[in-house]
Write a protein that binds this ligand. Structure first.
Ligand code: NAD
Length: 331
């Protein structure tokens, strides 16, 4: 037997029900901003995404993993979409969990509920884009979409920037009161508009599951920042390709943006090439100027990457340990 002692090792478990109390919107924002910067500098890498139809319960299941060398965060989010959960079991249809590993040894370090985490990290991404790309004098926030994610998007945007008014359009108008309630809860007036009415907005977040564009060039004024968050699969589309092509386009990760993100359509139609899409981390790092004029339309194509999940899960584990709330299993 060698004289080397195995170091004590622990697994931290943070169940879904604890995430709301442990993860502040500010912590999610800081984690996502830092990891976007790391991705642009090459310090953090997303691994190829695995996504499979299970042939069981009509479920889609997959893994999004990555390694942030600078942050020392290694892991994956496993989960997907079980379309019959709600009707059959009263559970939400999207289900996921994050697993973190010790990058020095490969031993599992943490298991963290991934459902609320996903909504908060997605909202943090559009907020990061608003901070770095919107005009500082932006006053009116436009929303396209009023589903589950839209509420998180709206809350995070209102906490990031001092918007004075929210205007919103949704394909299913009966869903808009849910969004209005969030704005009003945050003390900001909400007004439902038609699509042309969105031209009053300084920032527009799109967060729908649409497969055809809703937001056209004529609906957007010069100087607007667009955060396009709904398109995360081949075929989905929220914004007219010609509008994207005449915008300054930024993204979380270029490879995803041009294949499964909003930019896929403009690229497929030959309107732009991959070189027209800039990782927002370059703006955060100061290696790209970002918005260069008050009249430019900037567009952030947020497709959602595994490193966002891992960075936020790591922040949750740290918060739980600091507050003495982590369930720790010695291994
Ligand atoms: P949801 O089902 O709760 O809401 C769907 C929204 O899309 C509603 O506003 C609905 O009215 C709208 N919609 C549906 N059909 C439409 C159509 N034909 N035209 C225009 N609008 C239409 O979904 P959700 O959980 O809020 O998710 C919204 C989108 O965000 C999905 O596409 C989801 O995959 C995506 N998403 C992206 C990320 C990311 O990181 N980028 C993360 C999570 C979810």
């Amino acid at each position: 037997m060698s004289g080397t002692m195995a170091a004590a090792h622990e697994l931290v478990i943070i169940p879904e029900g604890m995430i709301a109390d442990l993860l502040t919107r500010q912590a999610a924002f800081d984690a996502v901003e830092a990891v976007f910067a790391g991705m642009a500098s090459g310090a953090a890498v997303n691994f190829p995404v695995v996504r499979e139809a299970l042939g069981h319960e009509d479920a889609l299941y997959g893994f999004k993993g990555g390694f942030d060398r600078a942050g020392g965060v290694l892991g994956l989010k496993a989960g997907g979409y079980w379309p019959h959960n709600l009707e059959r079991r009263g559970l939400i249809n999207h289900q996921s969990s994050v697993f973190l590993f010790d990058p020095d040894t490969g031993r599992v370090k943490a298991m963290v509920g991934g459902n609320l985490l996903t909504a908060l990290r997605t909202a943090a991404a559009s907020s990061v884009s608003i901070k770095h790309l919107a005009r500082k004098d932006a006053r009116i926030l436009g929303m396209v979409g009023a589903g589950h994610q839209a509420r998180f998007q709206l809350r995070a945007a209102l906490e990031t920037h001092a918007f004075e008014q929210v205007i919103g359009w949704n394909y299913h108008p009966e869903m808009l009161p849910g969004l209005a309630a969030v704005a009003e809860e945050m003390g900001v007036a909400f007004r439902a508009v038609d699509l042309p009415g969105l031209s009053a907005a300084d920032v527009i977040i799109t967060i729908t599951s649409s497969f055809a564009p809703s937001l056209m060039g004529a609906h957007v004024s010069p100087g607007t920042h667009l955060a396009c968050m709904g398109t995360d699969t081949r075929g989905k589309q929220e914004v007219e390709a010609a509008l994207l092509a005449r915008s300054a386009v930024f993204c979380d990760e270029v490879a995803q943006s041009i294949t499964i993100g909003e930019a896929q359509h403009a690229v497929a139609q030959g309107l732009i090439g991959a070189e027209a899409v800039t990782p927002i981390g370059a703006v955060i790092n100061g290696t790209h100027a970002g918005r260069t004029s008050a009249d430019a339309i900037t567009l952030f194509d947020g497709t959602g990457v595994g490193l966002q999940d891992l960075a936020v899960a790591d922040a949750i584990v740290k918060a739980a340990r600091a507050q003495g709330l982590a369930t720790i299993v010695p291994l």
